[in-house]
Write a protein that binds this ligand. Sequence first.
Ligand code: ZN
Length: 314
Amino acid sequence: MSAHPDTRTEAADVRRFWEGLGLPGLVDVHTHFMPERVLRKVWAYFDALGPLTGGVEWPITYRSEEDERAALLRAFGVRAFTAMLYPHKPGMARWLNGWAADFARRTPDCLHTATLFPEPGAVDHVREAVEAGARVFKAHVQVGAYDPADEALDAVWGLLAEAGVPVVIHCGSGPAPGKHTGPEPVARVLARHPRLRLVVAHLGMPEYEDFLDLAERYGEVRLDTTMAFTDFSERLAPFPRRALPRLAALGDRILLGSDFPNIPYPYLHQLNALERLGLGAEWLRGVCHDNAVRLFGLPGPAPRGTDLPPTERH
Ligand SMILES: [Zn+2]
């Protein structure tokens, strides 16, 4: 482990966090695993302060071998995670999906992840991935530089809505805007596919409130916490305090995401950043574990309350 001083201590601290909430572990819907040479390129991009970093210094904390990174998530007690990967040009999605299917096979605690791109054959690639068992997709509007409401994706969204497969979508304009980022293109997609299970990455940073609007309007829209509320993001795009009650009210549709391993701070900081919002233990239990267990139908302990004898249920 290069950049991080003491992962063993950190793992103990992370476990103390979820044990203190009475959880059996964490579910992290936004972690990155991808073919090694693609990941190296992503790291080089962060090192060179590529446009997606918004020109901000971005030292990657967990720069290690793939098996070490997966082992570290297990040491943290992350029961299920994802392999977020995304193409930046046509002709890549199918190949990435093949890699991700294989990764999921050799990594049983990783939810089989797939991706998509507006290109000829897109709907066939997506159908193929769903039939192969993909349980979550990643779409990256900023890196892919496409309009999510592009006609070439209409059948793709229809298929995913029908199949009920969640799509984690980086569509906010943070840390740097893209031609098609922001709430408006996503609103057009949802107007056509109101039951699509979009998981707005990074809580829609910096357009937090616009994406909260969409989540309030569409019951299948969720948001992931990736990098939100951390010192790093609060400096760049502070979450508006006035929106905290809305975040509390949407507590059953907010999902823990971290961006591990590509984060410029220790993993524990994301958890502490959620805790210091002051929304309480029940909110944290939903966000850090129970909401994702429900969404993905993960096996494990029954949600709190249902293990009581029937007479004691309220
Ligand atoms: Zn990410």
